[in-house]
Design a protein around this ligand. Structure first.
Ligand code: SAH
Length: 469
């Protein structure tokens, strides 16, 4: 099994820093199922290629299985694992390039954060569903894909194609993203997971999928294939991805799954949320708006695209999110006049910051539940006490609705510090409104359930005394 990663970014040998593997050395890593070797077939200023070769020892592989494993048979010793890139390869890649996958690189952090020209080649890759599926998985991530089905036997073309393809993908991608995408997509293409799946598989998928899987058009298929038949895990993963992605409606309440018509179009919850908050801002005829905790900028994109708003800002505590948001709204490509209208910056809502002030409206969409309860009062002071826009719109999950998400036995997102019932949200909004001189109205967003309400709850805070101070 062989995979090569090449770059023409100059100096190309910086690839060695990004991978944390020196281009002049051949390094071996012992693994439970074989040996991984990293080496560089070429390393010049113009072009550098790193190769990861995995030699699987079928005997060791069979022995590394748990006792009593159900399929103890000859197939464990005689199989394609030794020469076909597969899920084992992903495991190996995950371990050998774990630091590179995390995106950390002390000596070249800027480069690690930057998309660079990359070319990844895998000569033999098991690919269930044929080359088309490789296109569907890699192209939405910005790769140019060449996937060529390998014949069963060169000398007997009439026998047709095997289930293997030769894959070459090229694109300008952050190295960490490329490695994480491969880490998830190789076993997904192979679709034959060999190791037992524990509950932490979902966490692993979330980590490797960060920044690309939640918004991937084939997210559901990828998740299903990655987690295989483990239906419960799959549902949890889909719920969590949907929240990040961020459309919870993808995860259907169990009872509805059967009766739903397959062609019935549903508007994802995040889209409904964006539309609802957007409408509130338009109805209030605000001219300037700041999206506090803007994340990767999905809603911000809509704000920027609305000419009624003469000034639009986005802030987030995460630098990565601010970068993603800037890329999404194409800040760099904007004309000077356009760019003057838009302001993006890194800032924490728990600290007073002049930049939060001076807007007609502020939006905190799915943000409060990420704030530690002990810090929530600080956020209230900063937003309602100091920034004091005429209108504040807050959305947050309705925890009562979670029961309708089958198998979701925790919060909708691991980073949620709490989720409120409608009553709890109401108590909080009333308290904030009366403390800071706002009137408040509570609404719901998304499909309504008689007992449990709507999946998202929203509050509109209107400042009682207008800007006469
Ligand atoms: N508003 C976006 C993102 C929601 S996720 C959306 O609706 O899609 C929550 C976001 O809040 C994350 O991007 C997180 O970085 C940000 N956040 C959490 N605590 C914050 C704080 N104290 N200050 C600023 N942003 C914060």
């Amino acid at each position: 099994m062989l995979l090569t990663v090449a770059t023409t970014h100059r100096p190309a040998t910086d690839l060695g820093y990004l991978l944390h593997k020196h281009p002049d050395r051949v390094q071996r890593f012992d693994q439970s199922f074989g040996t991984a070797t990293v080496f560089y077939p070429e390393a010049s200023e113009e072009r550098c290629t790193a190769a990861l070769m995995l030699e699987v020892d079928p005997v060791r592989l069979a022995r590394s299985r748990r006792k009593g494993s159900p399929d103890f048979s000859l197939a464990q010793y005689v199989n394609d694992r030794p020469y076909a890139a597969s899920s084992l390869f992903a495991v190996s890649m995950g371990q050998v390039f774990s630091t590179a996958r995390s995106g950390r690189c002390d000596s070249r952090q800027d480069l690690a954060d930057t998309p660079i020209p990359l070319e990844v080649t895998i000569p033999v890759l098991p690919c269930r569903g044929g080359p088309g599926i490789a296109h569907r998985f890699f192209e939405p991530l910005g790769w140019t894909v060449e996937a060529e089905a390998l014949p069963l036997d060169d000398t007997f073309p009439e026998w047709g194609d095997s289930r293997y393809v030769r894959l070459r993908i090229t694109g300008t991608v952050r190295l960490a993203d490329a490695l994480n995408q491969l880490h998830v997509l190789l076993p997904v293409l192979d679709e034959s997971k060999h190791y037992w799946q524990g509950p932490d598989e979902v966490d692993k998928l979330m980590r490797s999928g960060e920044g690309w899987l939640p918004t991937h058009p084939e997210r559901d298929l990828i998740t299903r294939r990655y987690l295989g038949r483990a239906g419960a895990l799959r549902r949890v993963a889909l719920a969590r991805l949907a929240e990040l992605g961020d459309d919870l409606d993808e995860v259907e309440p169990a009872a509805e799954e059967e009766v739903r018509q397959p062609d019935e179009k549903r508007v994802p919850l995040n889209a409904q949320r964006h539309a609802a908050v957007h409408q509130v801002l338009l109805d209030a005829q605000v001219r300037s708006v700041i999206d506090l905790g803007c994340g990767s900028g999905q809603f911000l994109e809509r704000l920027v695209g609305t000419s009624a708003f003469t000034r639009v800002a986005g802030a987030d505590v995460s630098a990565r999110s601010v970068q993603q948001a800037a890329a999404r709204v194409r800040l760099e490509q904007m004309s000077e006049r356009q760019a003057e209208r838009v302001h993006l910056f890194q800032g924490a809502l728990t600290y007073e910051d002049d930049r939060f002030g001076g807007f007609d409206a502020a939006v905190l969409m799915e943000v409060v539940e990420h704030v530690d309860p002990s810090r929530l009062e600080a956020v209230e002071r900063v937003v309602w006490g100091t920034a004091r826009p005429d209108l504040v719109v807050v959305t947050t999950p309705n925890s009562e609705y979670n029961i309708l998400y089958d198998e979701l036995d925790g919060p909708r997102h691991p980073d949620h510090r709490f989720e409120w019932t409608r009553g709890e949200f109401s108590d909080w909004t009333q308290r904030v409104a009366s403390t800071y001189g706002y009137a408040v109205e509570q609404r719901g967003i998304g499909e309504s359930d008689t007992d449990h309400g709507q999946p998202t709850q929203m509050a509109l805070f209107t400042r009682k005394e207008k800007q006469d101070d």
